[in-house]
Design a protein around this ligand. Sequence first.
Ligand SMILES: [Zn+2]
Length: 581
Amino acid sequence: MSYLVTARKWRPSRFSEVVGQEHVTATLLNSLRLGRVAHAYIFAGPRGVGKTTVARILAKAINCLNPQNYEPCNECEMCVEISNGRSIDVLEIDGASNRGIDEVRDLRESVRYTPTKAKYKVYIIDEVHMLTKEAFNALLKTLEEPPPHILFIFATTEPHRVPSTILSRCQRFDFRRIEIQKIIERLKLIAQQDKIQIDDDSLFTIAKKANGSLRDAMSIFDQIVSFCGEKIKFDDVIKALNIIDQEIFFRVTDVVKEKNIKAGLEIVDEIVKLGYDFQDFLSGLSEHLRNLLVAITTKSAELIEATEYYKTRYINEAKNFNESDIIRMLKIVNDAEISIKWAPQPRLKLEMVITQLASLDSTIKIQELLSKLEKIEKSLNSSGGVDTENFNHPPKGGNETENSTIITEKSTKPKPSSKSEVSSLQHDDIEKINALFKDPLAKYEIKPHQDSEQKIDNPEKILNLVRERWDEIVNKAQNYNLNLSTALRLSYPLEIKENKLNIGTANDLHLDWIKKNRPFLKAKLKEICNIDIEIDTSICDVEKLKEEIFQYSPDLKLKKLINESPFVKALIENLGARPID
Ligand SMILES: [Zn+2]
């Protein structure tokens, strides 16, 4: 059995059969009912979620000779021709291989003629973002004055690469990743029909591996069937897909609990012997820790994607850890996920990670430390005369050897205590506490400049500050002017030269937009960064620039991480986690 068999056999032929995209199919059916079908649609969304399938159903529905409740009948001449890809009026074009202006010119030529047989000529252009700029321009002319008998359906996995001039002339639908539960239901149905025995754990594993794509799920399902035959067992699924067994991650957290480094090194040995990819292992471990964190903070397994059996395991395991511990572990694992790529000896790196995890001190010790701080602060305040502000922001060069990297504020509430214990606070402890309180932004305190003509002192600091808050500036621009915000998003502060902030942009168009809006930008720089500075622009390789900057600046890298990962963002904003050198 080949993968095409299941995917083709189960390809929906009516709107009502499409899985997980009800928000799209219901709206389309409604437009058909009201006779308000648009001239151009754009279907955006990840691969394998039904974009071209829905496009074909729509092509059939508007051309069907005998529609049933606005669904295609799938039996009339038109429906059959379209289903078999034989209709000369319904054309499917692959944007990736027909991306040039010549192809689009041909298309514009053919658009002029009325359909031969069907009511509508339908052009389905897949991966439309692959078209060249010239091809888009040619297409735009047709979209500006569409002939009445034409329907364009564009499908794309990357809508942000489609010019806004095209987007604004299309009705847009965003297709979603399909929920695991819906994929499982569909696979169950297929298994029943094909008389294949499969257990829930296997179904779950396949659905999860498919990552929201029903097409991928079916293809994996076919792969498993050809590997296992008609009786599918969970162990075989794990083997066939080379998936790392969840158990191994629970064993890692056992190692941490028991501080058993030897057992940890044995796990690494096992991973090597089983031929698992180290990075897969680390990202699996990351997800495992994330699940634990969810179980600890929400006290439920509702937000955990796992089988019932493992959901219960997470709830039980959560009792052994507190959230600060998990966040510190996550930090270690996430760092390793990045650095193991370039590690000359990846195995050694992995062993170090496991050893580090197994020798983590519990957060409780830091809590003790903080309660000591509370005591000393109280006693000093009552004796009249300590500057807590300076205490919280020590001069640079303090002891920065603190082991933990991220800590949550929630769990570190100082506890009240008696005065007699104050003397037990050692100098070393104070240094550690100072490191805990260190505000990463404190080093960028900048006073406003009175005169913009004045020489900018410490340009490096200012440049860093602007880079750090660049996203905020971009977001402000979004409400002001969409073109400007797009230009800014694809640009980045390059340098401070001759007392001007030089913004690196990717092309002339962006450069123009930024130049035109210099007063706005100046105002925002003043508002957000509290600096007065003139603005200059130049063209450069922005992506490369960013890459180089992030490599050398941990603070900016963290900002980038926060922007890119909702999870890191939640850790920092909701749980109060913060980096400490
Ligand atoms: Zn029909």
